[in-house]
Design a protein around this ligand. Structure first.
Ligand code: NAD
Length: 428
């Protein structure tokens, strides 16, 4: 009999500000402004459900390896929960809890009938074969088959996952439930029920929010420069669509480093380079190398963090020169940076608003799957752009009404909707 080695990745400790604490500190300020009652506060401050699963996977070398995975359902008062699945070495339960809560607020801010959830597996997808990733994704789906469902909890891609993983998830769920269920997951490949416009949806929402914010600041997009951190799905699409609108993108970055061109980077060339070089910008000739940390404090008008959490902190916020920050990533600004940014008068379009174009088109994908009908790309983008613009105006007006930053205003809009729904539904 072949000997199997069974071991488990140790959960890495957080070496940065805890995103759950960052989320809760903003939630607390918004709850106070709204005068949220203690009962609703106590319901909303913790997730409805947290599931931890152990996932044994046979690796290509024949050895059995056990991965730890999570699915956190934050809240389902507005509808079935929705949220991506992250594959990363540094996935942490507190991070998944924060991301799940952000999904509740995000769906509420764009007024779509979903609650919030998030999932993650501690793994390094960059070192795993397609076969290993498929077995891991199927094991995760099987372990969570009673949690997932088109009317219960609908996953989607996040960092480290994409259409391929969503296809495996849909297939495994369909086999175990005995019925083809495209609506159990969004972000699927186009040929199997994915939506036109989904790939670029988050970046497009970032672009729509940026233009709306520039209009409030009285700035002309063609006279504005920008820096984009992260050149994956969100960052590259945001950069491309802003570039197409005439903004001068002076800096972009990815995990390989940052790149600067004072005359503006040709984003079409940068994307073509990345696609030809294993998804990385390393060696890109259309710009000079820049110290990665310096991108955030570089001399540009608009800063789009679109990579990871907690990159803008109390340590660098004071040096930011941008007039506008549009958060493509989830949680790129730690709570400790908020007062410094507000003091400097920088306008921030917060994550739960700026990157909600992704979940909006995920919602459209789910609607199409349930209708059994495919929408045209024009229908998708026109409806998504309208939702983004309406949400932006609502949050902006709330920020003016209470004289609060847009970040807190977005929480106020979301928590108010959720709290009102609790009042109507009752049932405790
Ligand atoms: P992705 O995996 O496609 O891309 C991530 C990018 O960030 C890559 O270019 C990577 O090289 C880069 N990166 C990683 N660490 C970095 C660092 N320290 N400095 C600079 N660059 C770094 O992921 P994505 O889907 O684009 O997601 C990015 C962020 O946007 C995440 O916070 C995610 O939760 C959030 N988000 C994504 C979507 C979506 O639809 N994909 C929707 C809403 C929010």
């Amino acid at each position: 009999m072949a000997a199997h080695t069974v071991y488990k990745e140790p959960a890495p400790l957080l070496d940065r500000e805890n995103p759950l604490e960052s989320m809760m500190s903003r939630f607390n300020i918004a709850a106070e402004i709204l005068g949220l009652d203690d009962e609703t506060y106590n319901v909303l401050k913790a997730p409805d459900k947290q599931v931890i699963v152990n996932l044994p996977v046979t690796m290509d070398d024949g050895k059995l390896r056990v991965f730890e995975g999570y699915r956190v359902i934050h809240n389902t008062i507005l509808g079935p929960s929705k949220g991506g699945i992250r594959y990363d070495k540094h996935v942490h339960l507190d991070e998944v809890k924060a991301l799940a809560a952000w999904m509740t607020w995000k769906c509420a801010v764009v007024d779509i009938p979903y609650g919030g959830a998030k999932g993650g597996i501690i793994c390094d997808p960059t070192t795993m074969s397609a076969g290993e990733l498929e077995r891991l994704t199927r094991a995760y789906t099987l372990a969570l088959k009673d949690v997932f469902g088109p009317d219960r909890d609908i996953p989607a891609p996040d960092m480290g996952t994409g259409p391929r993983e969503m296809a495996w998830l849909m297939d495994e769920f369909s086999k175990t439930s005995g019925a083809t269920s495209p609506a159990v997951v969004t972000g699927k490949p186009l040929v199997m029920g994915g939506s036109l416009g989904r790939t670029e949806a988050t970046g497009r929402g970032v672009m729509v929010s940026t233009l709306a914010a520039l209009a409030k600041l009285g700035l002309n997009p063609t006279e504005v420069s920008a820096a984009v951190q992260g050149f994956g799905n969100v960052g590259s699409w945001a950069a491309k669509l802003l570039f197409d609108k005439g903004l001068k993108i002076k800096a972009v970055s990815d995990i390989s480093g940052a790149y600067w061109n004072d005359n503006g980077i040709n984003i079409d060339e940068a994307i073509a380079y990345k696609n030809a070089h294993n998804g990385r910008l390393e060696g890109f000739g259309g710009a000079e190398p820049l110290n990665a940390d310096d991108l955030l404090t570089s001399n540009v008008d608009v800063l789009v963090p679109a990579a990871v959490e907690d990159v803008i902190t109390e340590h660098n916020a004071g040096d930011i020169k941008a007039k506008l920050i549009v958060e493509g990533a989830n949680g790129p600004t730690s709570a400790s940076a908020d007062p410094i940014i507000n003091e400097k008068g920088i306008l921030v379009v917060p994550d739960i608003l700026a990157n909600s174009g992704g979940v909006t088109v995920s919602y459209f994908e789910w609607v199409q799957n349930r209708q059994g009908f495919k929408w045209t790309e024009e229908m998708v983008t026109e409806r998504a752009d309208r939702i983004m613009s309406d949400a932006f105006e609502k949050v902006y007006k709330t920020s003016q009404k209470y004289k609060i930053p847009m970040r807190i205003a977005a929480y106020v809009v979301s928590i108010d909707k959720v709290a009102q729904t609790y009042k109507f539904r009752g049932g405790f």
